[in-house]
Write a protein that binds this ligand. Sequence first.
Ligand code: A3P
Length: 335
Amino acid sequence: MSSEKEQVIGSAGNVQFELLKNSLTKSFQEHFTSYPEGLVRGKPGGFVCSQEYARHADELLHFQPRGDDVWIVTFPKCGTTWTQELVWMVMNGCDKEAGKQPLNIRSPFLEFPYLASTKMQGNSPQMTKMISVEMVEKMASPRVIKSHLPLYLLHPNLLDTSKVVYVVRNPKDVIVSFFYHHKLIKIHQFNGTLDEFAQYFMDDEVFYSPFFPHALEAWALRSHPNMLFLFYEDMKRDLKGEIERVAHFLGKTLSEQQMTALVEHLGFENFAKNESVNFEVGKDLGFMNTEGRFIRKGETGDWKNHFSAELNERVDKWIEKNLEGTDLKFVTELK
Ligand code: A3P
């Protein structure tokens, strides 16, 4: 047992962030080539992020929500962007003209400016300048704000103040999608195989880990009147039905014409082509690699094209262990 006191890099309320020691090992550094400072882990809760986030975690915890805000809170790769566009459109009368502005301006990503330190590769100056927390603070109401932070690292009054749409996706497809994300985004720059990435994911050593507590915290709050809990798979199965749920939750009514147009607008083919949401601009700005796309495949069950039988067994056991005693269930395939 070591008597050495760990260095606290930052804190948010009672959560203290310390260096995730494994993230400085040679093998980790060879796999994740953009984290020269390593990653941090919060105690309690185990939340994993960058040192830069840790230094600003308290500021983010105290970021003041407004009564007319709508927050999209998700674990990455669960359909955040899709839901942001859906919510923004419903909130803004399906105004496609105004929707041509980049989504990250219309619906800012709260902690984005604090994800990467200047030491992290791929942290282009344009990227950090695009949005700041001060800009989100000053934004005109009603704001549609995105965050990947678990609820306990957002303002304690968030749910009693603002409407929150939480979206989750089955973890098998999240692993595959996050793997490609780590290859695409330069601040992650993952070099290993999908199998290796899946193990880091299950060991809760990737950005925004751990997955299950993130989802279960929101799941436990799903009956709160200000919470709408969505599944990516339901959006795939019945987009119109899920838009209706969102509109009802937000107190908005869509005409039949608006609904038809919105279903079309949010369909994968159109979405992938839509420059205001597909982040292809990240390639010009230099924080995304040219190979790969943010709006990648958009399917449920893509894990079957990537998992070996052995990996699938490992993932199944991990899911089973983490969902034991809960009533949260995931759909991993659509008929
Ligand atoms: P894949 O990598 O499996 O394709 P997030 O926005 O949370 O980062 O999630 C990204 C995932 O949502 C990607 O998954 C992306 O393709 C998918 N996605 C984005 N828009 C979508 C849409 N209109 N329909 C279906 N899936 C979509």
